[in-house]
Ligand binder design. Sequence first.
Ligand code: BGC
Ligand code: NOJ
Length: 808
Amino acid sequence: MRFGHFDDEAREYVITTPRTPRPWINYLGTEELFGLVSHTGSGYTFYRDARFRRLTRYRYNSVPTDAGGRYFYIRDGNDFWTPGWAPVRRELDRYECRHGLSYTVITGERNGIRAEVLCFVPLGAAAEVHRVRLTNLSGRPRTLQLFSLAEFCLWNAWDDQTNYQRNLSIGEVEIDGSAIYHTTEYRERRSHFAVYAVNAPLAGFDTDRESFLGAWNGWSEPQAVVDGRSRNSVASGWSPIGSHQLAMDLAPGEERSCVFVLGYVENPADEKWERPGVVNKARARELLARFASDAQVDAALAELKAYWTVMLSSYRVATGDPRVDRMVNIWNPYNCMVTFNISRSASYFETGIGRGMGFRDSNQDLLGFVHLVPARARERILDIAATQLPDGSAYHQYQPLTKRGNNDIGSGFNDDPLWLIEGVAAYVEETGDLAILDESVPFDNDPAIAAPLFEHLKRSFHHVLANLGPHSLPLIGRADWNDCLNLNCFSETPDESFQTTGNRTGRSAESVFIAGLFVHAAPLYAALAETVGHAGEAVAAREHAGRMARTVLAHGWDGEWFLRAYDFFGNPVGSAACEEGQIFIEPQGFCVMAGIGVAEGQARKALDAVKARLATPHGIVLQQPAYTRYHVELGEISSYPPGYKENAGVFCHNNPWIIIAETVIGRGEHAFEYWRKLAPAFREEISEVHRLEPYAYAQMIAGRDAPRHGEAKNSWLTGAAAWNYVAITQHILGVRPELGGLRVHPCLPKELPEVTITRRCRGAEYRIAIRNRGDGGAPALRVNSTPIAGTLVPWAPPGTVVEIEVEV
Ligand code: BGC
Ligand code: NOJ
């Protein structure tokens, strides 16, 4: 069952009923100011840091769900309604929400009045624009009152929800014509404020929540709207809001629009005040003047759409299957850009006050967006690397505003450093920018101990070698990619973090997954070493990789699949000998991706075991059998009920490793089949089971041990976006940049017989036409009509077009 449909031409998902299973959201903003907007218009806005610069308030896990947002109430005689249906929930004659690329349009109709609300953040502006367009579809003149609503958050979103003894007394506003200024704490240490304004004269306003709502009402029935009359309230303490009242007379057929702007403004310290006690509004007025007319709004929206057109032109495909095309051309790269911008900070499952930017997460996100915004990827890499510690280990997270490592979590996740190699390699392969390896980058943000970026990679690589366990496999530390496999923590106390508690210092618990990742990263590292003249280091790295691969086959092979780990006591994890948790997905994926056991046959066996034991109609579960009791020696993984999260849920992040592994052994049918199982555009058909947005990846889909098998949770902010994109574009469709050229090596299923791809890279354009006659054969390439040996197409000069024909 569907709740809407894709409009590929417009690059929109069109939701046709407000009664979706859960709020289905979109993101506004591309640079600094971001908004989350659901299909009813709910959600919130922040500037750069969702914790420290929250502009508007939102209530997580609230009842009714999805409380707080940009609300526009239309009062028509004694009737009143909201175009997004909620929060008033008066039935609409027509409802539609179009989630596009960084904009959303919600349209509601009732009793012959149409209200269309367009929301977006223009490029280069720290402001959300909300254009409300009212049309009188009836044959008679109508008199309407329009009320807007934004509830201000007192900036620090954590304090805002916890410190009421203070924050109920600090709220301040200023009102200036049709502009409402939120100025809480501006008198002291803040030099920023918010403004919420409209380009029309007001019939009234409110800035005090209780005056607007009435003491006992909710957003569904604000007293000011019920009465048709704002109170002209001036907030002082309690909860400041911004609400405008506009009176509208509409002749039959008449259409009128007004533009609301919710902006964020910073003033230099010596320009804070216009006169004592009066905020300097010059910058705000400049901002508002940029979006004061319909024509300006149209132009800004057109500019935003053009920005996306250019960005998405770096990889375009036509396969004949619209579901594949819309994932690859539109929604998956869009999802990747959202993870680039927001990391794991703010979604409908992440409150924006918890996690900072993850070291491993950010490096992996890079794999999915590096071709879209290479310059920003470069900046991101340098930020991440600057949080690395001098011994090669890494802070697990850092804060986006300060860019400093987060001490609450610290370091000790022993996979982290290797992801830096993966991220930097992807960047250099995409851009050819070798100069980045010479950039001087601090360790632990301390410029006194800066070294070239290449040195950071070297320390990452050698950190693994300096931390090997009894089987010469890498020590796991607090956890590896699987945050919940906590082999050194032994937590028996509620309320402590599984990951940061305990951490026995014994050097025994080892990770086969990290071994696979090491073998995978080694050739990337070696190739980079060669390019910067460290030939000896490259040779050594390849030798270390060969040795590690042999160690995995000797001590990390269980007979039918790769082991997952050895625990603190040296017992195997993920072995047929275990009572529960006998086989895990991660080492099967990464060891095969690294080429371990491909020639010897273990790779195929491991992937067959995955198919037999882990594959379900809703994707590949993380392990089996699920843990049914708490295993203190394994940690958080066994704390989840069977079928959820790391305890045998379908983790959409690591399924692509199996997909890629299947292409390594040439099984395109299997790879595509697995990819389709997770791709939101395919799952759209079962939206009543999946329940989350059919246009964004979710972190997890409940596994077969869970009563709600197939139900997704935690959409948008997940490494699943990057890895699924890499799997389909670089391995199934098979087009990926390498240092020496563009690799074109598709591994396609029979159902995609003809595929064309346009890839822009390093200034040239590659037009690839693939004829696929079957499964697994070696591709034969002609480049500009001349056959070439192998599948690596040499880089062409910028500005040229290269025609590539591929026969599989
Ligand atoms: C979750 C993991 C997550 C971690 C972050 C755990 O509870 O299950 O998926 O990475 O918390 O701290
Ligand atoms: C989510 C975390 O953000 C990521 O770093 C981790 O790898 C997965 N959970 C799996 O535990």
